[in-house]
Design a binder for this molecule. Structure first.
Ligand code: ADP
Length: 507
């Protein structure tokens, strides 16, 4: 199959979270299955053309967003270590900025224009590549608009006429909601601004449009696929998702086994395997030293995450007093909301030798925490898939997680029976309360005292299979279905049997 990936972030070029990891790793797994996959993303300031040997593929392609005409260029490189082509959409006004979506915690005010621009760039440049995909795979609200446009454009445009679309929801909490006055920036016909289209409580909702118009939907774990059809987790879109539940697949994310491999990881001070864990002890000492933590026989717990409400930091702050009465140390790495930065800073000041706080984005430190910590905490309120618990297991670091979304699908709670059966991989708690979190950490501290059992737990996690191979097969199935069904266009459906209006010319 020929697959075009379109994503707003792709590791290692640019990443803010799990979406970037997935967009950097899944194409490799698809390629390994013999498929022809290519990737499109913005050329942000962080993507250095010299470093990645990018070449100009298309010098100038006219694109219109709303009433503004502009030219984009397409640069071409490859996903490092592969021959997978990556096309970078270059338009400095949109993408030549330090942040991907925000600056100093505030979203850029022109995000709709920027990502609508990315959609238009794909629609107008792909036909010039002498290559045509069978399916376009979009991700989250930033590229959801493309699904609506494909449904429209393929009625009149020979190039797109047989191309299916798949939209993966990496996080339903981010929907790309904009004031109604900005609707013209979507380039969609006015009829698409309706309850069965892009309209959401009087505003434009990009993700909703994608959920309605993509040929197939996917999300990143089976449990999250169920959860988002409920009021509790649906973020207002549960009705739309329930409507399309038969076309929604829950496909667990895998991890990039080359990037996250403790046996070869060049970012670590020492390397190790499940059969020889001495290197892990060296990583732990080095981490303590680097982070200014006392060398003592405490359980060293890592946290690497965006500092946002989703991640359950309120529980950590609420339980802090009791937690710190236990023999534990914390090393925290994260960026995000000011309120969490301040609360964590206050906490770290109270326990200078026992809590280390790093308020920045640092991939090397993320690797060193995964390797050097004994346990890894994810008390998430909700978690579509979660990658850090997978990295933790691979690095012999025991995840302590809340039973929600992908965390529920990937971590097996430690009990005498799961340990003896060889299936236990971590510690799982369910209620979203500070008490439950505290109990889980107490359980970890107790388990950590039994060295032999702890090492067994570590090894079981290290041997668990979180490769992309199985999930890539599931995506292929999804692509095959998408390219068969080809949903009708928004205006066709909004017009309910009346002859559909022709979309306005775009040039
Ligand atoms: P989410 O997508 O909700 O942010 P995931 O667990 O799916 O959560 O993925 C998070 C990814 O981002 C992981 O690869 C994690 O290591 C990385 N990450 C998050 N915050 C930081 C940070 N401050 N520094 C380095 N890496 C980070």
């Amino acid at each position: 199959m020929r697959i075009l990936f379109v994503a707003s972030e792709v590791a290692p070029f640019a990443k803010t979270g799990g979406l970037g990891d997935v967009a950097g790793a899944l194409p490799k797994a698809l390629k390994a299955l013999g498929h022809d996959v290519r990737v499109v993303m913005p050329r942000y300031r962080a993507v250095n053309p010299a470093r990645y040997a990018l070449k100009t593929r298309l010098k100038s392609v006219p694109v219109t967003v709303g009433s503004t005409e502009t030219d984009i260029a397409l640069l071409e490189g490859t996903l490092p270590g592969t021959a997978i082509p990556v096309y970078f959409v270059e338009q400095p006004d949109w993408f030549d900025r330090d942040g991907l979506y925000q600056q100093d915690g505030d979203d850029f005010p022109d995000n709709l224009e920027r990502f609508s621009g990315l959609t238009q760039a794909v629609l107008h440049s792909a036909p010039r590549l002498r290559w045509r995909p069978d399916v376009v795979h979009c991700h989250d609200w930033q590229t959801a608009l493309l699904c609506a446009h494909l449904a429209l454009t393929r009625r009149t445009d020979a190039y797109w006429s047989r191309v299916g679309s798949v939209l993966t929801i990496h996080n339903l909490a981010y929907q790309g909601v904009f004031p109604r006055a900005q609707f013209p920036l979507t380039n969609l016909p006015p009829a698409a601004f309706s309850v069965d289209g892009m309209e959401f409580y009087g505003k434009v909702n990009c993700l909703k449009g994608g959920l309605l118009y993509a040929d197939r939907l996917a999300t990143v774990s089976p449990t999250y696929a169920q959860e988002i059809q409920s009021k509790e987790f649906g973020a207002g879109l549960e009705g739309v998702l329930a409507l399309r539940r038969h076309e929604l697949a829950g496909i667990l994310n895998g991890i990039d086994l080359e990037e996250w491999n403790p046996a070869t990881d060049p970012l670590l001070p020492a390397r190790y395997t499940a059969d020889s864990l001495e290197g892990k002890a060296r990583c732990r000492s080095a981490l303590r030293q680097d982070q200014g933590l006392a060398e003592e026989p405490a359980l060293l717990i890592g946290l690497v995450q965006r500092l946002v409400e989703q991640k359950g930091l309120d529980l950590l702050v609420e339980a802090a007093e009791s937690l710190m009465a236990l023999p534990i140390q914390l090393v925290i790495l994260g960026t995000g909301e000011r309120t969490y930065q301040e609360r964590l800073t206050a906490l770290a000041r109270r326990y200078p030798k026992r809590i280390a706080l790093n308020l920045r984005f640092d991939n090397g430190l993320a690797h060193r925490i995964e390797a050097g910590a004994d346990a890894f905490l994810m008390p998430s309120r909700f978690e579509p898939c979660g990658l850090n618990q997978l990295y933790s297991m691979r690095y012999g670091t025991v995840p302590i997680v809340r039973k929600v979304g992908g965390l529920a699908d990937t971590v097996v709670h430690l009990s005498p029976s799961t340990l003896s059966q060889g299936t236990a991989t971590g510690i799982v708690f369910e209620p979203y309360t500070a008490e439950a979190l505290l109990e889980a950490v107490e359980r970890a501290v107790e388990a950590f005292r039994n060295r032999a059992a702890w090492e067994r737990l570590i090894r079981q996690g290290m041997r668990a299979d979180f490769s992309w191979a199985r999930s890539a097969e599931a995506y292929i199935q999804c692509y095959a279905e998408a390219s068969k069904v080809l949903r009708p266009a928004p205006v066709q459906r909004a017009a309910r049997g009346r002859p559909a209006r022709r979309p306005r010319a775009r040039h």
